[in-house]
Structure formats: structure tokens, C-alpha cells
Design a protein around this ligand. Structure first.
Ligand SMILES: Cc1cn([C@H]2C[C@H](O)[C@@H](COP(=O)(O)OP(=O)(O)O[C@H]3O[C@H](C)C(=O)[C@H](O)[C@H]3O)O2)c(=O)[nH]c1=O
Length: 205
């Protein structure tokens, strides 16, 4: 039986820090890590705090996990409307460079990108809004990613742009000889062929 109701009205304990990147709709999230002699605990996801920060409810519906070895580059991928996806990316093991490219037509940062290191040591996560292409390269011996999306996988609506398009000017931090891509990713079209997102297909619907 609840006798003391004050705790029920306590403000949400902020166990998650949020910071807007230079492309403001892309958000860096950092959970508070509780460490003790046993190891650590953290709330790796809080829907309420995330929605509170972005000012909008993001209805995640799918969790993904992928494991890759050093030098693997997956991307740059996106799903076309109406199956475009917001993604919340985190690294369970290892270290990656995570990249989000703005494909929203009319955006002041159209064609610009955010690149940030996510790792099992910094515990940082990246919120990649709808209207962005997403990709990453593995900088450690191997990496395991877990990421949420707010739209289901729709293979008929999958699209992508070439990771090394000079117009994007992305520094993937590794030598070309160290990179390992799928045949699909090696044959992705250049940036200018990207189906720019017409409507404001961003985090804020
Ligand atoms: C993405 C996805 C894939 N699959 C199947 C399709 C293939 O048989 C297999 C591997 O797919 P793919 O090679 O497209 O996986 P990635 O190269 O890691 O693709 C992902 O990499 C970049 C970084 C992303 O942001 C996207 O989530 C996604 O495009 O998984 C599914 O069944 N469901 C899915 O949601």
C-alpha cells in the first residue's frame, strides 16, 4: 500500500543527458552510469526523458542488433517515405564512428553530416532523425550495436548513398584499404541521386 505519495510527484530524475549536435535535430544522449564494486548499472533508455527533450513522442517499434569486425562500414542507408526511420543508436561493445547525413530537402544543413564516436566506454547514443542517411565504421577489433527505429523494416523502400561521395566529405578515420563493405553498399548511388525527403520528414512530424 502506498503511504507516502510525495515520491510519486517527484520530478523525473534525469539519468540521461541530452545535447543537440551542430545539426540540431540530431541529438547526443548520455546515460548516467552508476558504478560500484560489482560493476555498473545505467538506464540505457527512457522514453519519457527523450520525448520531454525533443518535445515530441517518438514511437519506437523495432530494436536491431548488428555485430561487425574492425573496418566494417555499413551505410549510408535510409528508408524512403512513408517508411523513413528515426534511429537511436548505441554501442554495446567496441567503438564506432557513427554518421548521420541530412537529406531533408530545404534544410539549411542539406548534405551536411554529423560524425561522432560511440563506444562501450563513453556510453553515448545518437538520435538520428527521419530524413537522414545513417552509417557507421568500426574502429575497434569488433563492435556490437543495438539501435531502435520508429518504423518497421521496409526493404522495398530501402535506399542509400555512397559512403565516400566527395560532396559529403566524410572522414571515416580509417585508410581505404582497411574498409570492408557489402557489395550492396559498394554499389550505392552518389549523394546527388539521393531521394531528398520532400516533406519535413524530421523528428518533428
Ligand atoms: C536493416 C534490416 C535488415 N534485415 C535483414 C536484411 C538482410 O538479409 C540482413 C542484413 O541487412 P543489411 O545488409 O541491410 O544490414 P546493414 O547493412 O546493417 O543495414 C543497416 O545498416 C545501417 C547502418 C542502418 O542504419 C540500417 O538500420 C540498416 O540499413 O538483415 C532485416 O531483416 N531487418 C532490418 O531492419
Amino acid at each position: 500500500m502506498i503511504t507516502d505519495t510525495t515520491s510519486l510527484n517527484a520530478p523525473i530524475a534525469r539519468n540521461m543527458l541530452f545535447e543537440r549536435c551542430s545539426i540540431p535535430d540530431v541529438v547526443l544522449c548520455k546515460p548516467h552510469v552508476f558504478r560500484d564494486q560489482r560493476g555498473y548499472f545505467m538506464e540505457s533508455f527512457r522514453q519519457d526523458q527523450l520525448d520531454d527533450f525533443v518535445g515530441f513522442k517518438i514511437d519506437f517499434c523495432q530494436d536491431n542488433e548488428s555485430q561487425s569486425q574492425f573496418g566494417v562500414l555499413r551505410g549510408l542507408h535510409y528508408q524512403k517515405t512513408p517508411f523513413s526511420q528515426t534511429k537511436l543508436v548505441r554501442v554495446i561493445a567496441g567503438r564506432i564512428l557513427d554518421v548521420a547525413v541530412d537529406l531533408r530537402k530545404g534544410s539549411a544543413t542539406f548534405g551536411k553530416h554529423i560524425a561522432v564516436e560511440l563506444s562501450d566506454t563513453n556510453k553515448c547514443q545518437l538520435l538520428v532523425p527521419r530524413g537522414f542517411a545513417h552509417g557507421f565504421v568500426v574502429l575497434s577489433e569488433h563492435a556490437i550495436l543495438n539501435y531502435k527505429s520508429d518504423n518497421y523494416y521496409a526493404p522495398d523502400f530501402e535506399a542509400g548513398i555512397r559512403y565516400n561521395d566527395p560532396q559529403l566529405n566524410i572522414d571515416w578515420e580509417l585508410d581505404e584499404a582497411d574498409l570492408l563493405l557489402s557489395a550492396k553498399d559498394l554499389s550505392l548511388p552518389p549523394f546527388e541521386a539521393a531521394s531528398a525527403f520532400e516533406e519535413s520528414n524530421t523528428l518533428y512530424k
